[in-house]
Design a protein around this ligand. Structure first.
Ligand code: AMP
Length: 545
């Protein structure tokens, strides 16, 4: 017997319709590339998104076309999120931090028909304009007064001109909820990047799950500032969640340094933010150097790479800002687990509570997780045994665009490439990416824990731990460290810092001090680059034991 409930497709446009009807006066505040701060309401955003849909029709962009964006977090990008997907086209967010060669490759692979870009990225667009095969329209996200005087891009269009000429009347079409809504490429550290194609259904289900109290905990009373870029995995779904719950949205544009972010947090009364650890490092350094306080910020969600416990302590103890550690992937839309404590964990002594909070957390409903050994056998949830993490669920990839790389699934599960333990409470702790694990004398050493210890040293600004080739043990941990400005730190002092904190044989063999650690396009440390630079270090310095 079937239930007798209505069949209503889960569509991205319904978020916008809801936001306009029920939270029409709610604000979207954006720091613009032009340098000023722009503000308007969900009502105006909805009207302009409808204009975007009409612009696409007028430009003759195909009904299921991929439409590329190269833009910061800002209101025009938001209008494209809704105007492109709402009409049934596929929003393809390109990562502007990629090399132009990669960008052109990705735009060709996705067969983008148009590219909308912020003026900050004009040089990148000029570098690819003559090469890309399918893009017919280039649109600068600005008004006439800010259009570049001369540009190498023939027929460059002006976004505000196009919108002004379009009607704001548009009826969002209804279609199958499985239809694609947006597209994001993996970072491609192994081989070519692969396209992850989200559907309307997966986006909405992910949005419900992301908004839950033990997930990103979004509400109409919040002012949310996503530092996570809208060009990577849909800014963790926050642009959708804000419309679902009616939260005020503050979009930081290009100003991602500590000072710019802090000013925006304070001037706009931001209550919640979300980003990768490297961004928070800049923010914390700024507030601590200048003796500042957060007057409205209450929570921050940290993910994308492991959040060092020292960072958690700084936020929670010095600034009364709660940290929620979360884990996800491009292939998981991205939210998979979040580390909201269970009731009994609230009673734990501080040190133990931090040990739990440093974990990546428990599965959000909708995401099923398990760990397996090399033979694919499921491993126990004892907090000790580590294996590869596999996941499945309705917002997890089932295959890549154009079937690239074949089916990624193993018996219906997606292998994440992350190595982790799961404890009896279901809390997952990533010890490493499979490809970053250090194999020493046949045993595994997790680099993340070694980095976290280094990061808790007051003189360390950033630390990466990599496998360096060793004459006797095959691989040994090598620390690559950026010192805090103006502080002294000797190698041996840092190595001694590990005593009593970790098994002796896990202690790194040596330290290399550097001025900076290379970061990838999504703010993660590029360990493969570090391995290229320092991977042979111990071959010359190690004393075989
Ligand atoms: P991406 O698809 O580029 O967002 O990268 C996903 C990968 O980032 C995951 O497979 C993890 O290796 C890593 N990652 C994401 N969140 C975390 C976290 N909280 N702790 C450790 N690693 C993380």
């Amino acid at each position: 017997m079937n239930g007798l409930m209505m069949q209503r497709a889960l569509l991205v446009s319904s978020l916008l319709v809801h936001a306009e009807r029920h939270h029409g006066g709610q604000q979207v505040v954006s720091r613009r590339v032009e340098g000023d701060v722009h503000r308007y309401s969900f009502r105006e955003m909805a009207a302009r998104s409808r204009r975007v849909a009409n612009v696409m029709d007028a430009l003759g962009i195909g009904p299921e076309a991929r439409v590329g964006t190269l833009a910061w977090n800002g209101y025009r990008h938001l209008e494209l999120y809704y105007g492109v997907s709402g009409a049934g086209r596929v929003l393809h967010t390109l990562n502007p931090r990629l090399h132009p060669d990669q960008m052109a490759w990705i735009a060709d692979h996705a067969e983008d028909e148009a590219l909308f870009f912020d003026l900050s990225f004009l040089p990148q667009v000029e570098a690819i304009a003559a090469r890309v095969k399918t893009i017919r329209h280039f649109v600068a996200l600005c008004d006439r007064g800010h259009m570049p005087a001369a540009s190498a891009i023939p027929g460059l269009l002006c976004y505000e001109d196009l919108l002004a000429a379009a009607s704001d009347a548009y009826a969002w079409p209804e279609f199958d909820e499985h239809r694609a809504s947006s597209l994001c490429y993996t970072s491609g550290t192994t081989g070519n990047p692969k396209g992850v194609l989200y559907s309307h259904r997966s986006t909405l289900l992910h949005c419900y799950a992301a908004a839950l109290p033990d997930s990103l905990n979004c509400s109409a009373r919040d002012t949310i500032l996503p530092v996570v870029p809208m060009f990577h995995v849909n800014a963790w779904g926050l642009p959708y969640a804000a419309c679902m719950v009616g939260a005020r949205l503050v979009l930081p544009g290009p100003g991602l340094d500590g000072r710019s972010l802090y000013e925006l947090f304070e001037s706009e009364g931001v209550t919640v933010s979300a980003g990768v650890p490297t961004v928070w490092q800049g923010l914390l350094a700024h507030v601590e150097t200048h003796g500042l306080r957060f007057s409205t910020m209450r929570r921050t969600i940290i993910g994308g790479s492991a959040c060092p416990p020292a960072m958690m302590r700084a936020f929670q103890e010095r600034h009364a800002v709660d940290v929620l550690h979360a884990w996800g992937m491009t292939e998981i839309s991205p939210l998979g687990t979040a580390c909201a404590l269970k009731r009994h964990q609230l009673e734990l002594p501080a040190a133990e509570r931090y040990r739990v909070q440093a974990k990546q957390g428990r599965a959000v409903f909708g995401v099923d997780i398990k760990i397996v050994d090399d033979a694919g056998r499921e491993l126990p949830w004892d907090g000790q045994t580590s294996g590869e993490l596999l996941v499945r669920g309705p917002w997890i990839v089932s295959g890549y665009l154009n079937g690239e790389g074949g089916s990624p699934l193993v018996d219906g599960w997606f292998p994440t490439g992350d190595v982790c333990t799961i404890d009896a409470d279901g809390f997952m702790l990533i010890t490493d990416r499979a490809k970053d694990v250090i194999k020493s004398g046949g045993e595994w050493i997790g680099s993340i824990e070694l980095e976290n210890i280094a990061m808790s040293h007051p003189a360390v600004a950033m630390a990466a731990c990599i496998a360096a080739r060793h004459p006797k043990w095959d691989e040994r941990p090598l620390l690559v460290v950026v010192r805090r400005p103006g502080v002294e730190l000797a190698k041996q002092d840092l190595l001694n810092f590990y005593t009593g904190r970790i098994a002796r044989w896990w202690t790194p063999d040596d330290v290399v001090f550097v001025d900076s650690i290379p970061l990838g396009a999504t703010g993660k440390m590029l360990k493969n680059r570090l391995r290229e630079q320092h991977g042979e270090h111990l071959m010359t310095t190690a004393v075989p034991a």
